[in-house]
Ligand binder design. Structure first.
Ligand SMILES: *[C@@H]1O[C@H](CO)[C@@H](O)[C@H](O)[C@H]1NC(C)=O
Length: 327
């Protein structure tokens, strides 16, 4: 994936190494159930949910981590007091919060773990489980100094969905707060602003002859161009963009919403790009029935361009974007 030339090329790419800790936790499960949903009714059920369907071992290594944001303290009403509940890792704290979700609404949507051994002292390992008044507007403790806490968010089934509004219709996107928390907080910030001045789609490429309407690659065809994606930016005018570290990087599926590098450019994939597994931070997935809107945008008039040797199709008229809340 190429960035649009001249877009924040001067920012050094900040590649954070995520420390791999526990085995598969919830992201894998969420993503698998999303792929199942994506493919609902159209497919070879045998393959769904298997790791090979998600791209194999590399993906297993890369996904499924319950992640938090370091040096962030989220506020909210405590449902379990950390002074009486200690665990060994942020992942365990996250898991404890998730365990309060079952199938209904989550009784816990926020976990806060005392993670800095030297500043936490005796409190190291405290795991506070909290519930926000509104999960989509989490309260944060403005840390004047460096916070000793690591925090994360958890949403239940049917929650964490936002609307990405275009003139061709609204794409409902399910976000992945547990796997891609920095991305999630960034999108919440855009929601809070209500406008997204400058956010737009500028590149549009169809599935061509290489991928079918379900996003499956057609045997022996090329992997593009066209590359079966729409690409744009979520950089808001007048707001400094904080680079997003590497988060959840599974295989790219039809409907995957992912950053190009550390953002603010992003793309929505129109096809299953297994050839891109482990490359892009995926922060959401488009509701399957809304993918027709993305396909439609991919058919708009374009002009050819070349970015760093890659042939791309740039929209003659960019499509402005805006976010709004769904739930
Ligand atoms: C932990 O806290 C100390 C100060 O007590 C600070 O110097 C250090 O950078 C912190 N570590 C992290 C990873 O935040």
């Amino acid at each position: 994936m190429r960035r649009k030339p001249n877009a924040s090329e001067s920012n050094p790419k900040c590649v954070h190494l995520i420390i791999l800790l526990l085995g598969l936790l919830s992201c894998g499960a969420v993503y698998m159930s999303m792929s199942r949903f994506n493919n609902h009714g159209n497919i070879n059920v045998d393959k769904i949910g298997t790791l090979s369907n998600l791209g194999g071992e590399n993906v297993q290594e890369n996904e499924g981590r319950c992640r938090g944001v370091e040096r962030l303290e989220l506020w909210g009403k405590a449902v379990k007091w950390g002074s009486e509940f200690k665990v060994n890792s942020p992942q365990e704290c996250c898991k404890a919060c998730q365990d309060m979700c079952n199938n209904g609404p989550c009784l816990c949507d926020t976990w806060v773990f005392c993670s800095n051994r030297s500043s936490c002292g005796d409190r190291f390992g405290e795991c506070w489980l909290k519930k926000q008044d509104d999960t989509m507007v989490p309260e944060r403790q403005e840390a004047g100094e460096v916070s000793m806490w690591t925090s994360g968010l958890v949403v239940g089934k049917g929650e964490g969905i936002i609307g990405l509004e275009t003139e061709y219709g609204t794409l409902h996107i399910t976000l992945f707060p547990t796997c891609s928390p920095h991305s999630f907080l960034h999108i919440l910030e855009l929601l809070r602003l209500r406008h997204c001045a400058g956010c737009h789609i500028f590149r549009a490429e169809s599935r061509g002859q290489s991928w079918d309407s379900q996003g499956n690659h057609i045997k022996d065809s090329s992997y593009g161009p066209p590359y079966a994606l729409i690409q744009g930016t979520l950089e808001v005018q007048g707001l400094e963009f904080q680079n997003i570290p590497n988060e959840f990087q599974p295989s790219i599926k039809r409907g995957s919403v992912a950053w190009v590098g550390s953002g603010p450019e992003f793309f929505i994939s129109l096809a299953n790009h297994d050839e891109w597994k482990g490359t892009y931070t995926v922060f959401g997935t488009v509701r399957p029935e809304d993918m027709a809107i993305a396909d439609r945008i991919a058919e708009l008039p374009t002009k050819p361009d070349v970015w760093e040797g890659i042939h791309v199709s740039v929209l003659k008229r960019p499509v402005p974007l805006k976010f709004h809340r769904i739930n």
